[in-house]
Write a new protein. Structure first.
Length: 193
């Protein structure tokens, strides 16, 4: 599945500098997937990880699902799953930091890696500032209302405009107007997109 890459602009240089082994960044992740996504981890690692469905036992993924904030990978202690981290180190993903932020039932995530040493507190602060600013810019761009998000989720689940209107006690025109507003904010050519 292809995702749009986040528009990071000149700020991407910060990310590239602080993640010599690569990064994963995802904005506004929900049950439907992320709105924007990019991964620069080594291709061999990505194939290894996905072919074995390693996300099921990934301590970083589990931490992301349960938390907001930031943490060094080495501080995430899930002993039965730490063999995955040993395998990741074979691909240069030895030390890392994960950052997670939630807003309106969606999560944005940044995980960065390096092969040589732990991240310093100053580097983590720089990453947090970069990530918070990028998240804010993207949220401003995609500033969907809670009702727009809810309606898009209902459409994604297979409900029709008529069903949504009936459930909410609104007119189909009102629901269509909400969908059109969301579509324009997301810069999409049609409702399906």
């Amino acid at each position: 599945m292809a995702f749009s890459k986040p528009p990071l602009g000149e700020q991407k240089a910060i990310l590239d500098t602080l993640s010599p082994s690569g990064y994963v960044i995802a904005f506004n992740y929900s049950w439907a997937g992320p709105e924007l996504f990019d991964c620069t981890y080594p291709e061999d690692w990505q194939q290894h990880y996905h072919s074995r469905s390693m996300w099921k036992a990934d301590p970083i993924t589990l931490w992301i699902m349960a938390n907001d904030g930031q943490k060094r990978w080495s501080e995430i202690k899930l002993t039965k799953m730490n063999s995955l981290m040993s395998e990741a180190a074979d691909y240069g993903l030895t030390y890392g930091v994960v950052l997670a932020r939630s807003k309106r039932m969606r999560k944005s995530v940044l995980s960065v890696a390096r092969p040589d040493r732990e991240y310093t507190d100053n580097e983590i602060q720089t990453l947090a500032e970069f990530f918070d600013e990028a998240t804010r810019r993207i949220d401003d761009k995609f500033d969907l209302s809670d009702k727009e998000v809810e309606t898009l989720a209902q459409l994604g689940a297979g409900q029709k405009i008529t069903d949504i209107a009936r459930i909410e006690g609104r007119s189909e025109a009102a629901i269509n107007k909400r969908v059109k507003s969301a579509r324009l904010k997301l810069n999409q050519p049609n409702t399906l997109a």
